[in-house]
Design a binder for this molecule. Structure first.
Ligand code: SF4
Length: 361
């Protein structure tokens, strides 16, 4: 860091801006560590707007750590369905069980103990300990990294370890040791609402006087980013297998992408598609189902972090509910009205909505 910064003015400007501009968010009202804990799990890799309805639902249904710790894994996945990154839901449950068992239902207030909790890494530990307990730990999330990279014109690619190694000590130096809770929230808020990725509002920024990128007219150059590799395209056939009013639903393996979620049986395909003969062969030989193809629908798209997926729904009428597959850990024939009882991931939920399976069957 080769800039001289008047730290007292920086703190004063930032905190008074936060006092006047902080968004009203449910986890900030009547604050309690449980609200911070729940919201921080949900906010990992996810925007506030997307988190809000899930936070409100969870907080209403499970108002304390004991209620979360008592949840079955399938139930927490079902409630989390649609928010993505499902390992967070599994870890939230495991961490809650550990807090109840090992820490008498209280969040551990030392960094060493906090880091023993599943799903809690250094970022989340710092966030919870500083925001909920006012401990002097600096938070370095994506928003903070962007703000610091502009304030100090950090010339490293923003997602790199080198950038993190430069940004972390700056955050430690800047931390307001008297008000770490407010300071961290203010810096994150500044990144989320003012120092945004595109068109930051430098004019109304409370720390613009300290900002090197702003002084140099170089805000557009920071943070430094190397263009991302294009996502890999994947193609799936999704079989909506129906016998009378029942649909076949299967449970995914307990490991890997979308672990333990429920879905319709699928086959990875190729871009130019498979013939109906090949699809029927899969149904007959791999699923052990005798039936006929009724309809092949238009594909739907779904984006994952590294994948761009295309799902082509294929409606099959099965002769019976008999099947012989062994490749799935669990499966059920269910009625359309029962779909909401299962944790179904977003892409297949889109299919149920598009095909109006939930309502008409
Ligand atoms: S002046 Fe602009 S670029 Fe600098 S921290 Fe503020 S909003 Fe970000």
């Amino acid at each position: 860091m080769n800039q001289i910064i008047n730290i007292n003015s920086f703190h004063k400007n930032l905190l008074s801006w936060f006092d006047n501009h902080a968004r009203i968010l449910p986890w900030r009202q009547n604050p309690h560590w449980y609200k911070t804990y729940l919201s921080e799990f949900m906010l990992q890799q996810t925007q506030v707007d997307q988190v809000l309805p899930y936070f409100l639902k969870f907080y209403h249904k499970y108002p304390d750590i004991y209620a979360l710790a008592n949840l079955e894994e399938q139930e927490i996945l079902r409630q989390w369905a649609g928010l993505g990154y499902y390992s967070r839901a599994r870890n939230l449950r495991k961490a809650s069980i550990k807090i109840v068992k090992n820490f008498n239902g209280n969040f551990p207030e030392t960094i060493k103990d906090a880091l023993t909790l599943p799903g809690i890494g250094i970022y989340t530990a710092h966030a919870i300990l500083s925001i909920a307990f006012n401990k002097p730990y600096a938070v370095v999330d994506g928003n903070v990294k962007r703000v610091i990279s502009r304030l100090f014109t950090i010339n490293e690619e923003i997602t790199s370890i080198k950038a993190l190694k430069k940004i972390t000590p700056i955050c430690d130096f800047l931390l307001n040791k008297k008000y770490p809770s407010k300071h961290n929230e203010a810096l994150m808020e500044l990144g989320a609402t003012t120092c945004t990725p595109i068109n930051p509002d430098c004019q109304s920024c409370p720390v613009n006087l300290f900002c090197k990128a702003n002084q140099d007219n170089a805000v557009h150059l920071f943070p430094v980013r190397i263009p991302r590799k294009a996502k890999r395209n994947v193609f799936y056939y999704t079989f909506i297998i129906k016998h009378n009013e029942y649909f076949l639903l299967i449970k995914r393996e307990a490991k890997g992408l979308l672990a333990s979620m429920w879905e319709f049986p699928s086959l990875e395909g190729i871009e130019k598609g498979y013939s109906q003969k090949k699809l029927l062969k899969f149904i007959t030989n791999d699923l052990g189902i005798n039936g006929k193809i009724d309809h092949i629908y238009k594909s739907i798209k779904h984006q994952y972090t590294h994948l761009s997926a295309s799902y082509t729904p294929v409606k099959i009428t099965a002769d019976s509910k008999k099947q012989t597959f062994e490749m799935f850990p669990d499966w059920k024939w269910i009625k359309p009205g029962e779909l909401s009882q299962y944790p179904i991931h977003t892409a297949h939920k889109k299919i149920t909505r598009n095909l109006e399976i939930e309502t008409k069957g």
